[in-house]
Design a protein around this ligand. Structure first.
Ligand SMILES: Nc1ncnc2c1ncn2[C@@H]1O[C@H](COP(=O)(O)OP(=O)(O)OP(=O)(O)O)[C@@H](O)[C@H]1O
Ligand SMILES: [Mg+2]
Length: 499
């Protein structure tokens, strides 16, 4: 049995393995701790991870990245449509309404689903773990964003199956971080609760979770997020800024040239990182377009001014998390920031102002998710001994059953009815029973009761229940069991007739 944790990020992935003496982040073939989440299709072979990233500038149209944004989403999803605008590869709508990625591979055009591409990325991560452990890797834990829908969670499981992996759990990234934070802490209180806010700012999204710690356990008090607020938004702001500047100064329109756009975006990302450590930074690119060398320069102050629309959005998920946890800001004892985009100083300023205290960086900002995943895998694995630590996870979306009829005991037909099964914040895993009185086969929809946060179609799945025996002319009592499993996936597990 393997005990491995995978953090598959929108930009980069980390593999952590559990050993008897602790958790190790392992190196890939190129001796790097981070492996880019990219698959680059070539004429003779495909390159995945670090090798994929190296070939991507030469072959942008066949370099597939940002899979986390595409997986389990309908092609018509407005957020997906926005994301597609900045991706260099071609994506069309498949016959099932889901995206199909086009790439030239082994001399011919092929199409791939995002699930297939994620399968390739996971296969690469699996082989990194296997080389390091010198053993087969099947059992694992995979980190996922808290905002992933049922469909996205199922797609990750499918991709894991393609890669020959068996996830014991898909764990929310911020919960994995909280676990990695708490499990080794020896000073957790017996009775009072230590409330810690974890803020993860990644490549494309921001997630917040407030966890209450006591000796031997953590309880998630709230999850919140902004699905489209991350490091890449700063790159885009800088990109637009310099594209406009160069148009004026050098009379070149970078937006009209795919390769120049990629080169400018890459340079802007570097510039952003320099600005995290320095008050000003230069930008020089040779032969960007029309054989013109370009030169630019920006101060951190100006960067923050042009990033104001992004920075303004940071507070909302923080407020939401506090409100959902039912805590006043003074009751949050500590703030931990993780995710590499949290290195932008303006972000820290906002967090400090909001919480009234300096956020800490106790955790390794890029590795904590993978470590938490490996720890969770160790907790779930029967072969591994870890310190007793309980994770009380909460599910961020309310889920209900809906059916036609006037109540669970009605005949078919009539108005649409709904019953809340798992309220927001319901513990994971969980099982609930709903009793129906029905005389013939009927259908039940499992759906999100509130999609305002999710911006996804409310319906999760439909179940047809029946046929079942009717005893005399009475309507039998049907007990329908609904399960919210460890992965945060909801399903109707069984329906039993009792008289
Ligand atoms: N020193 C730095 N200053 C500012 N931004 C940085 C710095 N280092 C990395 N970043 C940015 O952090 C982002 C990547 O963060 P991270 O690796 O946490 O994301 P990810 O886990 O791949 O994505 P996600 O969590 O959204 O799926 C990139 O946008 C990168 O440019
Ligand atoms: Mg991340």
């Amino acid at each position: 049995m393997s005990v491995v944790g995978f953090d598959f990020g929108n930009e980069s992935c980390i593999v952590a393995v559990a050993r008897q003496r602790g958790i190790d982040v392992v190196l890939n073939d190129e001796s790097k701790r981070e492996t880019p989440a990219i698959v680059c299709f070539g004429e003779k072979q495909r390159f995945i991870g670090t090798a994929g990233a190296a070939s991507s500038t030469m072959n942008p149209k066949n370099s597939i990245s940002q899979i986390k944004r595409l997986i389990g989403r309908q092609f018509s999803d407005p957020e997906l449509q926005r994301d597609l605008k900045s991706l260099p590869f071609n994506v069309t709508e498949g016959p099932d309404g889901y995206p199909l990625i086009h790439a030239r591979y082994l001399g011919e055009m092929r199409t791939f689903t995002p699930t297939q591409i994620l399968g390739m990325v996971l296969l690469n991560l699996k082989s990194i773990a296997e080389k390091n452990l010198n053993a087969a890797v099947v059992d694992c834990c995979i980190g996922i964003p808290v905002y992933f829908t049922d469909l996205q969670r199922r797609a990750v499981l499918d991709a894991a199956t393609i890669a020959g992996l068996h996830p014991l759990r898909l764990i929310h990234e911020t919960t994995a971080t909280a676990l990695a934070y708490g499990i080794y802490k020896t000073d957790l209180p017996e009775n009072d609760q230590l409330n810690v806010a974890f803020v993860d700012i990644g490549h494309a999204s921001m997630q917040v979770c407030i966890a209450g710690f006591k000796k031997g356990q953590l309880t998630i008090l709230a999850h919140s997020f902004d699905r489209s607020l991350g490091g890449r938004d700063f790159d885009e702001v800088l990109f637009q800024h310099f594209a406009a500047k160069f148009k004026e100064e050098y009379k070149i329109d970078v937006l009209q040239n795919a390769r120049a756009s990629i080169r400018l975006r890459t340079a802007c990302e570097k510039l952003k990182k320099i600005l995290s450590a320095n008050p000003e930074a230069p930008l020089n690119i040779e032969c960007l377009m029309d054989e013109k060398d370009v030169r630019g320069f920006i101060k951190r102050e100006e960067f923050e001014q042009i990033s104001a629309p992004i920075l303004q959005r940071v507070k909302r998920p923080l407020e939401k998390a506090l409100a959902d946890a039912g805590l006043a800001v003074e009751n949050v004892h500590m703030v931990e920031v993780v995710g590499s985009a949290s290195r932008v100083p303006a972000m820290l300023k906002i967090l400090t102002e909001f919480f009234g205290k300096e956020p800490r960086r106790t955790m390794n900002a890029s590795e904590c998710v993978a470590r938490g995943c490996a720890l969770e895998c160790a907790i779930l694995s029967p072969t591994f001994k870890v310190r007793e630590f309980q994770v009380n996870e909460s599910f961020p979306f309310p889920v209900s059953l809906s059916w036609k009829g006037s109540g669970p005991d009605s005949q078919a037909g009539g108005a649409e009815q709904q019953q809340l099964v798992f309220p927001k914040g319901n513990p994971i895993p969980s099982i609930k029973a709903v009793t129906f009185h029905k005389s013939s086969t009927f259908t039940v929809d499992v759906q999100y009761s509130d999609v305002s946060d999710l911006q996804a179609p409310p319906k999760i799945s439909t179940y047809t229940i029946g046929p079942f025996p009717t005893i005399r002319s009475e309507r039998p009592k049907l007990k329908v069991k609904v399960r919210l499993n460890l992965h945060g996936i909801v399903s109707i597990e069984s329906a039993t007739v009792s008289c």
